[in-house]
Write a protein that binds this ligand. Sequence first.
Ligand code: ATP
Length: 525
Amino acid sequence: MDIHKKFSSCWQRVVESCCSKRLKPNEPEPEKQDTGVNIDPGSTHQPEPTSAISRPLPPTPVAVQPVQRYIALFDYSARTEEDLSFNTGDILEALDKSPGEWWIARALTGVSASQQGYIPANYVAPVESIDAEPWYFPDTKRQDAERMLLAEGNDQGAFLIRNSESLKGELSLSVLDKGKVKHYKLQKLENGYVYVSKTKPFATIKELVDYYTEQANGLCVRLGEPCKKMQMEAPQTYGLSYNTVDLWEIERQSIELKRKLGAGQFGEVHEGLWNGTTSVAVKTLKPGSMDPIDFLQEAQIMKKLRHPKLIQLYAVCTTEEPIYIITELMKNGSLLEYLQKDRGTTLQITDQIEMAAQVAAGMAYLESQNYIHRDLAARNVLVGENNICKVADFGLARVFMKENENVYEAKEGCKLPVKWTAPEALHENRFTIKSDVWSFGILLYEIMTFGQTPYPGMSNMQAVQWLAKGRRMSCPPNCPTVLHKIMMNCWKENEQVRPTFETLQWQLEDYFDLDTSSYDDSTRY
Ligand code: ATP
């Protein structure tokens, strides 16, 4: 068999095989082979595969079930009597994965050892996978990596491996060195081997990590402990529990309203407790203030849309008034209030751009789903821990009904947030994803001015007339011109030439990667 061909695979294969060398207890360690083959850059010679690859395990008999052992990546506290509590690092055995996002599992270790119950599938990873590694932080952006590594509790050499933002499908290594974070691209050879230095390729990422934990050999510092995980990183579960995924009408009695968080046109928002266990936000609909069918339509739309940068709808209570809509709770309330409170005391330009990128990511998802938001503004973005932003309030969004005519007709008499609304939407009631892009430009202005109302000193009418003359807001103080250019692109008269949200997302995410100086370290060899 052509072993090179067999394993001339891609990155994914490397990722999957990351931990393939783990030994069963008492199994003798196979003889090590030297992986440090010097590669002549001009040669086509590929390094010899390491023991993990040259000695593949015998094929698993078809009849044998794959091992269903998982490691908990986060703490989880049971929300219902059927759930299982567990802590990070506990080992669980999946008994039934068919329910989808909630599995039936048995805890093999930890607080619930030998008990059985439902677990959120996105809180665990197969024991033998890169996801289970304490240093793998897949969805961590470069800036978050820096923030996390610089946080208290991490020492010299603390590190993590994350998905690269600029190069999709590639990985980066971020390392703490003398109070600064350095980033290295993990490059790969055609045969799937990975390296920081081309002269030292490894069959798996785990081998690479193990090697640089022993010696720096060209890295700025020898790898130390994996970066400490912050509590906030636990992802949202899919729905409140296994049984609200399909049955999302829940008992009103299961919700206890704790305190009022705010109020909007259609009702109030409270912090609530579901089932005595889980904090949620509860939006109540003022009786008679809006057509309940419209409200339910909003809920239907929200329920289908799932993205880490969109507020998740958990459940509704619609059998009597006031109708409740139950969503995830965001600790820091609306982005507008958050910006206005801060005024630049703690938030820096990097945070502002990062927040804008998150909104763009949520909107790019809506764009991909052919939904329009129709009321995008800082007041409709919510903020959680560590400046996490999520787009909320799809109250006015509607599915595009007509193919090739992505237009939503505004209802007559509907109040519009004039200063956020694109001209074609204001004048012709034409709402498209491109009118959302216009609003995003205004939101960017709000972010860069710490929540200043757009078109300062102008009434709605004056702003509309001013825009009609082709005028646009100038670059706000302390705002990089690149960002003002992005705003101006969003405010193009011709909606067709405004950028997509996908473009806006990468433009904002790549903003800091333009400075690649720290990556240059990886070519020092
Ligand atoms: P309108 O609905 O009239 O456009 P709005 O968006 O400000 O106005 P709501 O969505 O009702 O009104 O929210 C009112 C306030 O409640 C928000 O400004 C925010 O501070 C708070 N809030 C809303 N949803 C949440 C949530 N999921 N988590 C935490 N706070 C929230």
